[in-house]
Design a protein around this ligand. Structure first.
Ligand code: DGT
Ligand code: CA
Ligand code: CA
Ligand code: ZN
Length: 598
C-alpha cells in the first residue's frame, strides 16, 4: 500500500509547528543578565578588580534567577528592589529596556582590544586569566596566546603548569574549528518576527521559509524567505523597511537581501504564483537533494529547473503552485523538508516508504525540566501550569544532584522534601502527573551522584555528564556505559555534551554507547535546547536503527524554556524518527510500564 502524506499547514510554511505565545520569548531577563556579566568581565579584562566587578556579577546572577519578567519590575518602578541592583545598575537596565542597548557596555567593548574579548571565547579562559596573560606576557589575541603556549611561556605563570598549557592549546584548536553559522535558536525567532511583518503587507499571498532553516538544520548560513505578491515592488519596499533591518545589501524588483541582528542575512524573493511550488522546492534544498531530484526527473524524461518541469521530448513546460504536486508528478510522495539531505529520502519517496515523522502534537510530556529547587527560575507549580497549557499529560521534575554544587544540586534531605511536595501536588491536580525525577550527575569514574536507595524512589532518572569533559574517549565511553548499566537510569541526558558554537562534544564512542543503550533499555535524550540539540539528527537516526528509544526533552530552566520542544522535534524529524521511536510520545501509563522500574 502506498501511503500518501500531505504536508500539514505548519510543515507547508516551514513556520513554527506550535503557536508559541510570543511574550514567553520576550522575557528580557536573560539578555540583561548576559550584558551585565559581560560588563563585569570587560572591567576585569581592563585590570579592574574588586568591588565594581563583583557588583556586576552579583547583579547578573540575581537578574538571571529573578522569577518575574524584568520589564514588569521596570514598569512598577521597582528595579532597585532586586538584590544587588543599585541606582547605577538600575539605570543601565532601564536604558536597555528603553533603547535596546547599554551605552556603557558598548564603550567598555570599544575600549577593549578586540583580541582580548575574543580570548574569553576560548573555553577555560576567564577574565582574570586573560588579564594576567596580558600583563605578564603581553598577550592580546588568540594567535599571541598560541605562540606563547607553544613556547612554553604559559606554564611558568602563577597557577599554571604544563597541563593547563596543554589544555589551552587544545581549546584553541577547538576554537579554530568553530563556525560563524547562525544557531537555529537565533535564526528561527528572527525569521518569525520578519514573517510576522510580511504577513501584514498588502498584496502578499503565499509566504514561506525556505533553505536550511525550513529544513531545521541546527545552524543556518542565512534566512531564505519566498512569497507571492500582486505588487512585488511594494512587498520588497516593505521588507527593507522592517524595523529590524540594519542594512540593505541588495534591492531589486523581485528580490532583496538585508542584514538583521548585526550579522544575519535575510533573502526575500517574490515568486510568480504559478511557479511557487517548484521555486519553494528548489530553494528549500538541500543542494544534494535537488541534484538527486533532477536525476529522477531526467530518468522520467523531464528537465527540472528552478521554475518548472520541462518535458524533454516536446519542450512542454509544466508549472506547480504546490510542492506536493511537483513531487507527485515525478511519481513520489511529498518529502518533509527536514529529511531532504539525500540520505535515502528520494528512494523512499519513490517506493512509497517514507516514515511518518513525529510531530510536536505527538509529544505527551517532558522528562527533563528543572525548577527553583535547583538552578531553575520557576517553581514546580509554574512549570506544571505551562506544561498543562501545552497539552501535556506529564512532566518529570529533574533537578540536579548534589555534586553539581554551582547548580544548587539537591542533597538527599531536600530531594525527599521535594518528593513530598510533588506527592501532595499530584493529589490536587487532575489529568496530569508530576513525576519525581532527577538529573543525576555521572561522576568521572562512572558512579552516580545519588545512592541507589534514593534513585529507586524516583519515577524517572536522567543521568548526565557535567564534569571532567576532557577525559579520553575510552574513559568517557565506559563512564557513560556504566551509568546505563545501572538498574535505575532511564535516560542519558545531552549525550555528547556539545554546545553549538561554544563547546565541542567530548570524545566518546557513540556507536558503542548506543549499542549499550539498546542492551540496557536506556533511552537517549534529544535535548531540545537550541544550543544543544544533542543527540543530533544523524545520531538519533542511528539510535533508532539500533532499536533505542529517544526522549525529546527541553531541559527547561524556566517556563519559556518548555517552548524549545519544537527545536527538539525538528531534530528528531531530521533523524527520521516516528512517534513510536519517542519515549515521551507514550501516554503516561505506557511510559511508566516502559521505564526500568515499571
Ligand atoms: P545555508 O544557508 O548555508 O544554511 O544552506 P541553504 O541550504 O539554505 O543554502 P542557500 O541559502 O545557499 O540556498 C538555498 C537553497 O537553494 C539550497 O538549499 C538549494 C538551492 N540552491 C542554491 N544554490 C544552488 C545550486 O548551486 N545548485 C542547486 N541544485 N541548488 C542550489
Ligand atoms: Ca540559506
Ligand atoms: Ca540564501
Ligand atoms: Zn538538565
Amino acid at each position: 500500500m502506498k501511503q500518501t502524506q500531505s504536508p500539514s499547514r505548519a510543515e507547508r510554511s516551514g513556520q513554527a509547528l506550535y503557536k508559541i505565545p510570543v511574550q514567553l520569548f520576550s522575557v528580557k531577563n536573560e539578555e540583561v543578565a548576559r550584558l551585565l556579566r559581560e560588563m563585569g568581565e570587560l572591567l576585569e579584562l581592563q585590570g579592574e578588580s574588586g568591588f565594581k566587578v563583583i557588583a556586576y556579577q552579583r547583579a547578573a546572577r540575581s537578574v538571571e534567577s529573578l522569577k518575574e519578567d524584568l520589564e514588569e519590575v521596570y514598569r512598577r518602578g521597582k528595579l532597585e528592589s532586586i538584590p544587588g541592583v543599585g541606582k547605577a545598575i538600575a539605570s543601565k537596565i532601564s536604558e536597555f529596556l528603553e533603547t535596546g542597548k547599554i551605552e556603557a557596555h558598548d564603550r567598555l567593548f570599544r575600549e577593549t582590544p578586540p583580541g582580548m574579548a575574543e580570548l574569553l571565547s576560548i573555553s577555560g579562559l576567564g577574565p582574570k586569566t586573560v588579564s594576567m596573560l596580558h600583563q605578564k606576557l603581553g598577550v592580546s589575541s588568540v594567535e599571541e596566546l598560541e605562540q606563547a603556549a607553544r613556547a612554553h611561556q604559559v606554564r611558568r605563570l602563577p597557577r599554571m603548569g604544563p597541563t593547563s598549557e596543554k589544555n589551552i592549546l587544545r581549546a584553541i584548536e577547538r576554537w579554530k574549528k568553530r563556525s560563524d553559522r547562525i544557531p537555529l535558536g537565533v535564526a528561527q525567532p528572527l525569521a518569525e518576527e520578519i514573517l510576522g511583518h510580511l504577513k501584514k503587507v498588502e498584496g502578499i499571498g503565499n509566504l514561506t521559509l525556505a533553505g536550511s532553516l525550513r529544513r531545521g538544520r541546527e545552524t543556518v548560513g542565512d534566512i531564505d524567505i519566498l512569497a507571492t505578491s500582486t505588487e512585488p515592488a511594494a512587498a520588497i519596499r516593505a521588507f527593507v523597511e522592517i524595523p529590524a533591518v540594519e542594512e540593505v545589501l541588495m534591492k531589486g524588483p523581485t528580490k532583496a537581501s538585508v542584514i538583521v541582528d548585526e550579522t544575519v542575512q535575510v533573502d526575500l524573493r517574490i515568486v510568480e504564483p504559478r511557479s511557487f511550488g517548484t521555486v519553494v522546492q528548489y530553494f528549500t534544498g538541500s543542494k544534494e537533494h535537488n541534484v538527486k531530484l533532477r536525476q529522477v526527473a531526467l530518468s522520467k524524461g523531464y528537465s527540472l529547473s528552478e521554475y518548472s518541469l520541462t518535458r524533454v521530448a516536446n519542450g512542454e513546460e509544466l508549472f506547480f503552485d504546490r510542492e506536493e504536486d511537483l513531487y507527485r508528478h515525478l511519481g513520489m510522495d511529498w518529502i518533509p523538508p527536514e529529511i531532504r539531505e539525500d540520505e535515502g529520502e528520494v528512494e523512499a519517496a519513490l517506493a512509497g516508504s517514507l516514515p511518518k515523522l513525529v510531530e510536536v502534537t505527538d509529544i505527551k510530556g517532558d522528562l527533563h525540566v528543572h525548577s527553583d529547587w535547583s538552578d531553575g527560575r520557576h517553581s514546580i507549580e509554574d512549570m506544571v501550569a505551562t506544561a498543562k497549557k501545552l497539552g501535556y499529560e506529564y512532566m518529570a521534575m529533574c533537578d540536579h544532584s548534589p555534586g553539581l554544587g554551582i547548580a544548587n544540586g539537591l542533597a538527599e534531605d531536600r530531594l525527599k522534601k521535594k518528593m513530598e511536595l510533588i506527592r501532595s501536588l499530584n493529589d490536587s491536580i487532575e489529568g496530569f502527573s508530576i513525576m519525581v525525577g532527577t538529573e543525576v550527575d555521572i561522576r568521572a569514574d562512572g558512579k552516580l551522584d545519588y545512592p541507589d536507595e534514593i534513585l529507586e524512589q524516583c519515577d524517572v532518572v536522567v543521568a548526565s555528564v557535567h564534569s571532567a569533559y576532557n577525559q579520553r574517549e575510552r574513559e568517557m565511553t565506559n563512564r557513560i556505559i556504566s551509568a546505563m548499566e545501572s538498574e535505575e537510569v532511564d535516560v542519558i541526558g545531552h549525550p555528547t555534551g556539545r554546545k553549538i558554537g561554544e563547546r565541542e562534544a567530548y570524545e566518546v564512542d557513540m556507536e558503542r554507547v548506543l549499542e549499550a543503550a539498546a542492551r540496557t533499555n536506556t533511552a537517549m535524550e534529544i535535548n531540545a535546547h537550541p544550543s544543544r540539540l544533542d543527540l543530533n539528527g544523524r545520531w538519533a537516526r542511528r539510535a533508532k536503527e539500533l532499536g533505542v528509544k529517544l526522549a525529546i526533552n527541553t531541559d527547561a530552566h524556566s517556563t519559556c524554556g518548555l517552548m524549545a520542544i519544537e527545536y527538539g522535534v525538528k531534530t528528531a524529524r531530521r533523524g527520521w524518527l516516528e512517534k513510536k521511536d519517542v519515549l515521551n510520545a507514550l501516554g503516561f501509563a505506557d511510559l511508566m510500564k516502559h521505564l526500568k522500574r515499571g
